[in-house]
Design a protein. Structure first.
Length: 120
């Protein structure tokens, strides 16, 4: 199963075998950690850490861009649609007057409430 999954999309071939392996393996890591939204399997919540790691827009955009650049446009779209569907549903912390149009809500999987609290 995984060998077939890792062959989907663009592949690279460089003189450095480890770079080739990393590029191939990255797609597997993304598919293992990302999960379909409960009750909405057409949407995928991006999780750059593990399946319990929340969704951060600044990190998700890099995963979504990587999938799109590999030619996996539907995979990218399913992750991007989460942000579009839940746009403006949750406010950022701070003294803002509203949260219309804010890309923060993602169906209860948003991160940021405690992010960077203990990073020194």
């Amino acid at each position: 199963f995984w060998r077939a999954e890792l062959k989907k999309g663009a592949q690279i071939n460089t003189p450095e075998p480890r770079l080739n392996q990393w590029h191939s393996a990255h797609q597997g890591h993304v598919k293992i950690t990302d999960m379909a939204m409960p009750g909405e399997p057409e949407l995928i919540n991006t999780s750059v850490g593990t399946s319990t790691y929340p969704n951060y827009a600044n990190e998700s955009c890099m995963i979504i861009e990587d999938l799109d650049e590999r030619g996996l446009h539907d995979e990218a779209r399913r992750r991007l649609e989460v942000w579009l569907k839940y746009q403006g549903t949750k406010a950022l912390k701070g003294n803002f007057t509203d949260h219309d149009g804010v890309f923060f809500g993602c169906g209860g999987y948003e991160g940021g409430d405690t992010y960077d609290q203990h990073h020194g």
